[in-house]
Each structure stands twice: as C-alpha cells, then as structure tokens.
Design a binder for this molecule. Structure first.
Ligand SMILES: Cc1cc2nc3c(=O)[nH]c(=O)nc-3n(C[C@H](O)[C@H](O)[C@H](O)COP(=O)(O)O)c2cc1C
Length: 225
C-alpha cells in the first residue's frame, strides 16, 4: 500500500468482522511498527496482544463495571483528560460524537441506546484482537507518551498494509484491574494505550464516519520561509 493512501485511509473502525487475525500477522505488524522512533532510542513500549477467551473475559468484566458506573482506578487518571469548556477542542469532540450518534441513529435523549453504544468501546468493538501498549512505571509519563504515540500510529498504518483496521481507544484500558487480572500485566507497567485490531465490517454505519480536520493553513505558522 502506498504511504499516502495509508495515511489518508487510516480511520477509527468501530465494528469488526468475526474473523480471527493470524498471530504471525500481528507479530509482523508489531515487528515493523517497533521501527518507530523514540527519544534516545529508549523504546519504552511493550505489547500485550489479547484475543480469544482472554479478550472475551475482559470484554465481559469491562461491561460489568461500566454498568455499575465504576470510575477508572487512580492509576488510570492520565487518560481522563478534560478539554476547556467552550474551546475548539471541545467543539471538535462534540462534532465527532454527533457524527457517530447520527450514523448510529442514536437520539440525544435516548439514554438506553447511548449506553449500549458506549459499551461497544469497552468490548473493543468486537475486534478479534486488541493490543495493549504498556511502559514501565519507572519511566516519566510525559516523554514516554510521545514515544508510545509514535508506535501507536505506526501500528495503525502498518495494519492497513495487512488489510486490517484499528481503533485506538482509551476505553480499552480504563479498567486496568480487569486487564491486569486476565492478561497478567504486572503492577510495574503502566497502561498507555489500547488498539482494537481486525477486519473492518464495511457495512456498519459508524465505520462510514469521516472525521474532519482543521484546514491545514489555520495551524501552520511559517517563519523565515
Ligand atoms: C489517545 C486516543 C484515545 C482514543 N480513545 C477512543 C475511545 O476510547 N473510543 C473511541 O471510540 N475512539 C477513541 N479514539 C479514536 C478517536 O476518536 C479518533 O481517532 C478521532 O475521532 C479521529 O477519527 P479517526 O481516527 O477516524 O481519524 C481515541 C484516539 C486516540 C488517539
């Protein structure tokens, strides 16, 4: 796949076909993606690749917690980012939500449907596999996040070359205790990102979403050129 096509073609997929992804394919994607840059080549990332019964148990327990309105544990507060009220960032957040709810035909006041939609994220959108990126807690979170971001996007792009799609999701690491229990992730590792990965269900309405971008000239500041 051409690089430009991959960059433009990458999008978050929120429903996957019930088709397993070969372990070797996932390994190849991660081997390739680990070519991502990191500060001073520290490569702080490690990957827990979940599928099968392990992933199913996690889906089930995540949803149990969502239904009880359980908050993320303190160790996951780094994913709870509030954008300033009235800011453009909030506006963009609202916009993507509106698009998704529109495509899924979920009315604003339909609490039941909204709750059911939110649960899907905690079920990794039924993806046959999920990649959990972790990093040692002894590393400073700020710089490590940048490195993890680089490998995260590389995974999403590399996946496309294997005919696979992805959804990066904070929802997928919200309940750290569930993941630690079923995936045997030690307390010494911080959960940084989850990526649902699999074959896209092209007919699923939410997968037709086209997220918008700010016109590029609004965010470039040329100096000396
Ligand atoms: C750090 C991060 C966390 C995200 N968490 C979620 C999530 O929990 N649930 C979800 O549906 N999408 C999640 N997304 C996907 C974003 O909503 C998506 O990337 C954004 O709306 C742009 O759409 P696109 O990926 O289709 O271009 C996350 C993306 C990032 C980078």
């Amino acid at each position: 796949m051409e690089l430009q096509d991959a960059i433009r073609g990458r999008k978050s997929i929120r429903r996957f076909l019930p088709k397993a992804v070969a372990k070797e394919t996932l390994r190849e994607i991660l081997e390739l993606s680990a070519r991502a840059p990191s500060a001073e080549n520290t490569q702080p990332w490690e990957f827990y690749v979940l599928a099968g019964e392990t992933l199913d148990k996690i889906r089930t327990e995540n949803v149990e917690k969502v239904r009880k309105f359980e908050m993320p544990p303190p160790e996951m507060h780094h994913i709870m980012v509030e954008r300033p009220k009235g800011s453009i960032f909030r506006q963009r957040q609202v916009e993507i939500g509106k698009q998704l709810y529109g495509l899924m035909d979920i009315a604003r006041e339909d609490k039941e449907k909204r709750a059911a939609w939110i649960e899907k994220g905690f079920r990794y959108f039924e993806a046959p596999a999920a990649i959990i990126i972790v990093a040692e807690k002894s590393l400073p979170i700020e710089g490590t996040y940048l490195d993890v971001g680089a490998v995260m996007q590389t995974i999403c792009l590399a996946a496309l070359d294997f005919g696979l799609h992805t959804c990066i999701e904070n929802q997928g690491i919200t309940y750290a205790d569930v993941l630690r229990k079923h995936a045997d992730i030690p307390e010494t590792k911080r959960l940084m990102a989850a990526i649902a990965i699999g074959y896209a269900d092209a007919d699923f309405p939410a997968n037709k979403v086209e997220s918008l971008r700010e016109p590029i000239d609004n965010v470039i500041f040329w100096r000396g050129i």
